[in-house]
Write a protein that binds this ligand. Structure first.
Ligand code: ADP
Ligand code: MG
Length: 288
């Protein structure tokens, strides 16, 4: 039987917009040693904005990128389509999404690829040091840079910035003050991840992780003896949310996040995790 104090705590949590599926989840939350935070949509708002377009003809680069992205549901696509504005994007044939790397397709008879350096390498596209340096410089500013290749040649870079959630730094400090290890997990570039981590006070991170490897990262932490909470928005991280000892979904995220999680944060703030864990510890202390 569920101790009455757990039932009370679940009710109390709801007042803070924290929806707990089962009393057991609250019990497990009291034992967490590590909290893993997805970067995009969790530490950041998940609403990136285009900041830089580096190309001989930036407008043309944007038009080609928008044509490709019109077939994508990725948050990066929304940023590029918003920047491209009103004119309907050019038609794109044979659209293909390559998870964790980018997208490809044929636009105006030209074969286009848009995504990270791994995507270009996977397609044997050469990249000189100039492009590499520009990618690293943008990433060092916490931006996500994407390369566009046309018929096998790099044409330019589009970079976006994804604003850090209000209060993220304070919430992360709150978790660390509870003695928890806080870790960032992302498919984004290492340099971008490091720049975001530095801004919010995170010292450990896993970057350039393919979507299908995110839950293996959680499993490896568990194998090392950690009791792991995972916070995500469900875009690419639903299996990791289920794998974790306690999965926390950002409520404004996807339905799949909510379905995969034990605890849903209805408010768009990381504060809910700090409150949920503090509440779980206080409640379990009273039961013992
Ligand atoms: P995250 O962990 O931030 O959710 P993803 O695994 O979805 O990241 O993507 C990893 C990287 O692959 C992105 O940072 C980007 O460089 C590239 N990528 C993925 N999808 C797209 C897209 N639709 N357009 C451009 N680049 C993309
Ligand atoms: Mg994500």
């Amino acid at each position: 039987a569920t101790p009455i104090s757990l039932v009370v705590a679940v009710g109390k949590a709801a007042e803070f917009g924290i929806l707990i599926r089962k009393g057991e989840a609250l019990e497990r939350a009291s034992k967490l040693t590590t909290v893993v935070l997805d970067k995009t949509g969790t530490i950041t708002t998940g609403k990136p904005v285009v900041t830089d377009i580096l190309a001989d003809d930036p407008d043309q680069l944007l038009r080609m990128a928008a044509a490709l992205e019109s077939g994508s549901e990725h948050p990066l696509a929304a940023a590029i389509l918003a920047r491209a504005g009103d004119p309907a994007p050019l038609a794109c044939e044979s659209f293909q999404a390559i998870a964790g790397q980018g997208i490809g397709g044929i636009v105006a008879g030209q074969s286009l690829l848009l995504g990270n350096m791994a995507l270009m390498m996977a397609h044997g596209i050469g990249m000189d040091d100039g492009w590499r340096d520009r990618m690293q410089a943008l990433a060092a500013e916490a931006k996500t840079p994407m390369l566009l290749a046309c018929d096998g040649r790099i044409m330019g870079i589009i970079a976006v910035a994804d604003p850090i959630r209000e209060g993220a730094q304070e919430a992360i400090a709150g978790l660390q003050a509870q003695g928890l290890k806080v870790v960032m997990l992302t498919g984004d570039m290492r340099k971008t991840a490091e720049a975001v981590a530095a801004r919010v006070g995170i010292r450990e991170l896993f970057a350039e992780v393919m979507p299908e490897d995110k839950d293996a990262t959680i499993a490896s932490l568990q194998a090392a003896g950690e009791v792991v909470g995972m916070v995500g928005d469900g875009i690419n991280d639903a299996p990791a949310l289920s794998r974790a000892d306690v999965g926390f979904a950002m409520g404004a995220g996807t339905d799949v996040a909510i379905a995969s999680a034990d605890i849903t944060l209805m408010r768009p703030s990381l504060d809910g995790i700090v409150v949920a864990i503090a509440l779980s510890r206080a409640t379990l202390r009273n039961i013992k």
